[in-house]
Design a protein around this ligand. Structure first.
Ligand code: DX5
Ligand code: ZN
Length: 218
């Protein structure tokens, strides 16, 4: 197994000090940026202008998680801007295959996300077109919610599909990841761990990232 990736979510950071908050987790593999449009999810966060500024403010690769309607139209500009990975929701995408191609053409990795109640089965066919599969372990919209262990079955299935199909898809998990839950997620086969409140709620965010990485690798 390659070393686990840790992606702190700036949803739990201070939005008025994003450059400093990114610097506070400098050793992270990816910086997770939650874009919410108040339609796909009942919350509104930030959009492309903030991502463009963040790209100038940090060297950490940005992992943009778009919880928005009509990602076929709105996601490619995040890739063009320079985001490392652009994740769209399977429930919102009209043509996920074409969208993955568009994101690749714009120079980013392409991610596909499924909400806790969305079955993986419907998306197995398109998985090979994507670089990451983000399994939501809370209902998308807010940080600080409790981890839903029932999604781990989907993680195990995804792990098996990726390994047996020799796919280059990273399995990512998002929601409620902390010192209490990271090990069960790692055991189920997660490669990349998003953590918001567990990192930015800690006294030392960098230390929290390092601790999660150690636990995930154990
Ligand atoms: C929720 C977001 C998550 C959120 C996770 O919709 O997608 O990325 O920041 O926050 P925690 O780790 O606090 O559950
Ligand atoms: Zn997220």
């Amino acid at each position: 197994m390659p070393a686990p990736l840790i992606a702190p979510s700036i949803l739990s950071a201070d939005f008025a000090r994003l450059a400093d908050e990114a610097a506070a987790v400098a050793g992270s593999d990816w910086l997770h940026v939650d874009v919410m449009d108040a339609h796909f999810v009942p919350n509104l966060t930030l959009g492309l202008p903030v991502v463009e500024s963040l790209l100038k403010a940090t060297d950490i690769p940005l992992d943009c998680h778009l919880m928005i309607e009509d990602p076929d139209r709105w996601a490619p500009p995040y890739a063009e801007a320079g985001a490392h990975n652009v994740t769209v929701h399977a429930e919102a995408a009209r043509d996920p295959r074409k969208l993955a191609k568009d994101l690749h053409a714009a120079g980013a990795l392409a991610g596909l996300s499924i909400k806790p109640k969305t079955p993986l089965d419907d998306w197995i066919e398109v998985l090979a077109d994507y670089d990451t599969l983000l399994v939501m372990s809370v209902e998308p919209g807010f940080g600080g919610q409790s981890f839903m262990p029932e999604v781990l079955d989907k993680v195990r299935t995804a792990r098996r599909l990726v390994d047996t199909g020799h796919l280059t898809v990273l399995v990512e998990i998002d929601g409620g990841i902390s010192a209490d839950t990271v090990e069960q997620a790692a055991e189920a086969g997660v490669d990349c761990f998003v953590a918001g409140s567990a990192v930015y709620g800690a006294d030392d965010p960098a230390r929290a990232v390092a601790a999660l990485r150690e636990q995930a690798a154990a």
